[in-house]
Design a protein around this ligand. Structure first.
Ligand code: NAD
Ligand code: DAU
Length: 343
C-alpha cells in the first residue's frame, strides 16, 4: 500500500509517519510538505534515506504538483495532516488558513478523485464544535454536536470537513474524518502551550498564561492519535466522522504547574497575560463511537506522557533551539511583547 501523508514534517504528521513505519513496515509512505515555519525536515532525518519513504517539498494548493505526484506514485490512500494549525496565528492573519486548510484540502480531494476515487482521510479537530461551558462537566462533544466555530483556524477546518463530506456524497469519494483533541508529545512546535512552557521554563523566561489559566483542554498523547488514524484508515466506516480524545481534561494553569514542578522551577515564572481573542473555554471529547466501533482507547496516561515529553525536550535541545533561533523570535516578539507585563 502507498499512502501520501501531507504535512508529515509537522508535529502529528511526523509522529504518524514513524508510527506507520513500525506498524506497517511493508507500506510505502510519501510525505508531501511545504515546509512552512511549522515544518522541519530535521524531524524526518532518521527516515529520509529509507527505501520505503519519499519526501516531496510542495504545497497542497499547487494543483499541477499534486496531480503529477499522484500520477507518479499511484497512491492507495491520502491522509491529510497539512494545515495552518495555530489558532493565535489565525487571529493575526486568517488568509493563509483559508488557502491551505480549505483550498488545499479540495485540491487533494480532486486529485484523489482523479486517481480513481482513492481513500481519503481528513485530519480535523475538536475545535470545529466550538467550546463547552466550564460549569457543565456533564457535556461532551459527540460526532453529532453542531459545528460552531470560534476562530478563523477552526472555521477553516470546519469548512474542510464539510467539503470532505460533500465529496463523499456528491462524488462517492471514500472519505473519513477524525476530530481529535489537543495532542502533546515529541516534535510539538515550540509555539504551542506545552513545548512553549517547557522551553521558557528551561530558559528561566516568563511563562505567559492567557487570562486566568482556567481554560480546559482534553490532552491526548500523539501516539494514541496516530493509532486512531491508522484504525480509521483501515477499519473506519466510509463517510463517517470519528471523535478522538483521551478523557483527560486539564486547566492550562495546572499543566503549567506540572511542568514547573517536574523541571524543579519556581512558579514565580508564571505571568498571567491578556487573553486570546474569542478564547474557547473548554474542549471535551466523547470518544464512545471510535471505542465501540473500532476498539480504540487511549493507552498513555497523562502523567507518563508528560514525563516522556519533558524528557524528550531535555534530550533534544538542538531540535528546538534551531527553531527558536529563527523566525520564531519575530513571532514571539509580535505575540508577547507588551503582553508580558503582569496585570
Ligand atoms: P503543524 O503545524 O505542526 O504541522 C503542519 C504541517 O503542515 C507542517 O509540516 C507544514 O509545513 C505543513 N503545511 C502547512 N501548509 C502546507 C501546505 N500548503 N502544503 C503542504 N504542507 C503544508 O500541525 P500539527 O499540530 O501537526 O497538526 C496536524 C493536523 O492535525 C492539522 O490538520 C491540525 O488541524 C490537526 N490537529 C492538530 C491538533 C494538535 O493538537 N496539534 C489536534 C487536532 C487536530
Ligand atoms: O483542540 C485541538 C487543537 O489544539 C488543534 O486543532 C490545534 O491545531 C492545536 O494548535 C491546539 O489548539 P489550542 O489553541 O488549544 O492549542 P495551544 O497550544 O495554542 O493552546 C492551548 C491552550 O493554552 C489554550 O487555551 C491557549 C493557552 N495558551 C497558549 C499559549 C501558546 C496560553 O495560555 N499561553 C500561551 O502562550
Amino acid at each position: 500500500m502507498t499512502i501520501i501523508v501531507t504535512g508529515g514534517a509537522g508535529f502529528i504528521g511526523s509522529n504518524f509517519i514513524f508510527y506507520m513505519m513500525k506498524a506497517h513496515p511493508d507500506y510505502r509512505l510519501v510525505c508531501l510538505d511545504k515546509l512552512t515555519y511549522a515544518g522541519n525536515l530535521s524531524t524526518l532525518k532518521g527516515v529520509l534515506d529509507m527505501p520505503s519513504f519519499r519526501f516531496v517539498r510542495g504545497d497542497i494548493c499547487d494543483r499541477d504538483l499534486v496531480y503529477s505526484l499522484f500520477d507518479e506514485e499511484h497512491p492507495d490512500a491520502v491522509v491529510n495532516f497539512a494545515a495552518e494549525s495555530h489558532v493565535d496565528r489565525s487571529i493575526l492573519d486568517p488568509s493563509l488558513f483559508l488557502q491551505t486548510n480549505i483550498i488545499g484540502t479540495s485540491v487533494l480531494m480532486d486529485a484523489a478523485r482523479r486517481a480513481g476515487n482513492i481513500r481519503f482521510h481528513q485530519i480535523s479537530t475538536d475545535e470545529v464544535y466550538g467550546d463547552l461551558p466550564l460549569d457543565r462537566k456533564d457535556l461532551f462533544f459527540t460526532e453529532t454536536t453542531p459545528l460552531h466555530t470560534s476562530s478563523p483556524y477552526s472555521s477553516s477546518k470546519a469548512a474542510a470537513d464539510l467539503l470532505a463530506l460533500s465529496y463523499h456524497r456528491t462524488y462517492g469519494l471514500p472519505v473519513t474524518i477524525s476530530r481529535c483533541s489537543n495532542n502533546y508529545g515529541p516534535y510539538h512546535f515550540p509555539e504551542k502551550l506545552i513545548p512553549l512552557m517547557i522551553i521558557n521554563a528551561l530558559k528561566g523566561k516568563s511563562l505567559p498564561v492567557y487570562g486566568q489559566g482556567i481554560n480546559v483542554r482534553d490532552w491526548l498523547y500523539v501516539e494514541d492519535h496516530c493509532r486512531a488514524v491508522d484504525l480509521i484508515l483501515h477499519k473506519g466506516r466510509i463517510g463517517e466522522v470519528y471523535n478522538v480524545g483521551g478523557h483527560n481534561e486539564m486547566r492550562n494553569i495546572d499543566i503549567v504547574r506540572i511542568i514547573l514542578r517536574q523541571l524543579g522551577k519556581s512558579e514565580d515564572l508564571i505571568t498571567f497575560v491578556e487573553d486570546r481573542k474569542g478564547h474557547d473555554l473548554r474542549y471535551a471529547i466523547d470518544p464512545q463511537k471510535i471505542s465501540s466501533e473500532l476498539g480504540w482507547l487511549p493507552e498513555t496516561k497523562f502523567e507518563d506522557g508528560i514525563r516522556k515529553t519533558i524528557k524528550w525536550y531535555l534530550d533534544n535541545e538542538s531540535w528546538w533551539q534551531e527553531i527558536i533561533d529563527g523566525e520564531y523570535q519575530d513571532y514571539y516578539e509580535r505575540m508577547y511583547s507588551g503582553r508580558l507585563e503582569p496585570r
